[in-house]
Write a protein that binds this ligand. Structure first.
Ligand code: GRF
Length: 212
């Protein structure tokens, strides 16, 4: 049985993109560390099994991750997708699931790891911003990159407008990365991801555009 485990902490829009996607899995399971996560209600509407492992009920990261690992031992996931999961996992957990643990991050890594990526992008004046799906490694937001989407930063952009346009792209690249993984099209060699049969069109994004 191929099980996809999706870990969430909040809104759950990336989770929803994985629930909507046509994926070759037998079972999708959603786990939240936050009992109030809006995503839990969405998952329930989809009729997906949901579980809460409330991090506040554990004295430290190690014991929380041990409880999470216990659940993984039951589900034996083919893949664990971090979809807005806001807990930093212990090195031990990450190492154990390293080659089947992926994350969606709202920046073009390695730029802007961590939080508040859109505000930081605006502050730095970058003209191109975006999102990344990557394998998770012990170093936060630094694992091998699977796919990225880039968008132009517009002069009138605010944190909210930027985050909204990036999120639309997150919802496109996350299901794509998961599908590649599930279908066995991703190969990880020395920390670099190779994708079987991926389109290799060469597109240049100018931002702002070149003068005519
Ligand atoms: C997304 O921007 C994701 O990239 C980041 O946290 C946000 C979660 O949004 N890690 P949602 O819960 O998927 O709607």
């Amino acid at each position: 049985m191929k099980t996809l485990v999706i870990l969430i902490s909040g809104r759950g829009s990336n989770m929803q993109s994985l629930l909507d996607a046509d994926l070759n899995v037998d079972r999708r399971v959603v786990i939240s560390n936050n009992p109030d996560a809006e995503g839990l209600r969405i998952a329930q509407r989809y009729g997906v099994e949901t579980f809460v492992i409330n991090h506040r009920q554990f004295p430290d990261r190690q014991t929380f991750d041990a409880a999470l690992a216990e659940k993984m031992a039951i589900f034996q996931p083919k893949l664990i997708a971090l979809a807005g999961f806001m807990r930093v996992l212990t090195d031990e957990f990450v190492q154990r699931y390293q080659d089947r643990l992926i994350n969606i991050h709202p920046s073009l890594l390695p730029a802007f790891p961590g939080l508040s990526t859109h505000a930081r992008a605006l502050r730095e004046g970058v003209k191109i911003h975006g999102c990344t799906v990557h394998f998770v490694t012990p170093q936060l937001d630094h694992g091998p990159i699977i796919i990225q989407a880039a968008i132009s930063v517009l002069p009138q952009d605010t944190e909210a407008s930027l985050s909204q346009r990036v999120l639309q792209q997150e919802h496109r690249i996350f299901p794509q990365a998961v599908r590649w993984f599930i279908d066995g099209q991703l190969k990880l060699t020395n920390g670099v991801v190779e994708i079987n049969n991926a389109s290799t069109s060469n597109i240049t994004l100018y931002s702002p555009g070149l003068a005519e």
